[in-house]
Design a protein around this ligand. Structure first.
Ligand code: PLP
Length: 388
């Protein structure tokens, strides 16, 4: 049986053309270290890492004085921002659609004296920026917001929130796990101080690398969570102050960075626009088809006429039928891979009214086709009629 991969919100698959071979080439013919060895192969690799950084900076609209730092992924990046920036007595505002990559570190910080407020989103995941403004206090230090929900694909108004933060001189951090490589991002224009991005989702690179882009002003006040060897200033036992070394101790995930560089080469050929258009076309087709099926409720924006407010992540609640059984049968009958449950985002599910039962999440990528969506709707039709 052929398979249909509808779990691109977890990680993109297939990866961009050439990612695997670029990584294999490195591993087999020159997996040196950078900033350590004084020989030509190491210098060459170092130039490629710099090139990857610069391409990411262009793609994400990183301000002139900002920098891109690599981490293992979005979770590591968000921990760096939250634990390196917030101190006892500070107040931070988040949206009610955040992933546990934000909420779990924050719950820990809360125990240490950081106050956390949640701006309530509407039942479709949208957020009125006024809800954020209502929560400002004299000790508010930062706002953290996801760019698009990993549960239902709703986009949040980051540009408007960024403007509010700039007026109050607050730090603004955005979780771009679901948007980097898919939706246009301009960090400078959106007044974002810290942007966490994964290499392995919309950018279509390998797992193992992601990072953050950070403004110079925030970088100077954010304490590094990890310190150690950087290959620079080895005469000193103090962590370098300059970027990216301040936040990049230890050996980088070089094969993953080289894979990501190849993915960026592919993305630069088309830009994000056609990929987003395709994702939205499949989403619209899927939503129209779901509207005709009894027994399924779309969590978030269900209206196919509101495509510009969302991405191609669609959550469906089949309850009182069993969501897990629906996901299981989709794979058994038609090889369709989805993700069922709470998607590491209990707050988002509470906002959407799908807690604790969760949803079956369908998330589209650039290589999915209208025919696959048609097959999925057909399979759902049969399952809903006879089996759950
Ligand atoms: N934030 C959101 C919105 C996500 O969707 C994810 C991953 O699914 C993460 C954070 C964590 O990303 P990673 O697992 O790459 O660290």
């Amino acid at each position: 049986m052929d398979t249909i991969y509808f779990d691109n919100a977890a990680t993109s698959f297939p990866k961009a053309p050439g990612v695997g071979s670029a990584m294999a080439e490195l591993l087999e013919h020159g997996a040196f270290n950078v900033g350590r060895g004084g020989y030509e192969g190491a210098y060459l690799l170092s130039a490629r890492v710099l090139d990857t950084r610069e391409r990411l900076a262009r793609l994400l609209g990183v301000p002139e004085d900002g920098s891109v730092c690599f981490t293992a992924g979005v979770t590591a990046a968000l921990n760096q921002f939250l634990k390196g920036t917030l101190h006892p007595g500070d107040h931070v505002i988040v949206s009610s659609m955040e992933h546990n990559a934000v909420m779990r570190p924050l719950r820990t910080l809360e125990r240490g004296g950081v106050a956390v407020s949640t701006a309530p989103c509407n039942a479709d995941g949208t957020l009125d920026p006024q809800r954020v403004r209502d929560l400002f206090r004299p000790n508010t230090r930062a706002v953290v917001c996801t760019h698009a929900s990993n549960v239902c694909g709703t986009l949040l108004p980051v540009e408007e929130i960024g403007r509010l933060c700039r007026e109050r001189q607050l730090r603004f951090a955005v979780d771009a796990a679901q948007t980097a490589g898919i939706f246009p991002i301009d960090m400078a224009k959106m007044h974002i101080d810290f942007l966490a991005f994964p290499g392995h989702k919309g950018l279509r690179g390998p797992q193992g690398v992601g990072g953050f882009a950070v403004s110079a002003a925030l970088a100077a006040e954010m304490l590094p969570l990890i310190e150690g060897g950087t290959g620079s200033r080895s005469d000193s036992e103090l962590q370098p102050e300059f970027l990216p070394d301040r936040f990049e101790s230890g050996t980088l995930p070089l094969p993953a960075i080289i894979g990501l560089r190849q993915a960026l080469t592919e993305l630069e050929k088309t830009g994000t626009e056609p990929l987003l258009a395709r994702e939205r076309q499949l989403t619209e087709q899927f939503l129209r088809g779901l509207a005709e099926l009894p027994g399924c409720r779309v969590a978030g924006i269900a209206d196919p006429g509101r495509m510009e407010e969302r991405l191609g992540v669609v959550s469906v609640d089949f309850s009182p039928a069993d969501n897990a059984m629906a996901a299981f049968l989709l794979e058994q009958r038609a090889g369709i891979m989805t993700r069922v449950g709470l998607h590491c985002a209990p707050a988002a599910h509470k906002t959407l009214g799908t807690f604790p039962q969760g949803t079956v999440r369908f998330s589209f990528g650039p290589e999915n086709t209208p025919e696959e969506v048609r097959q999925c709707l057909g399979c759902l039709h049969d399952i809903l009629k006879k089996e759950i």
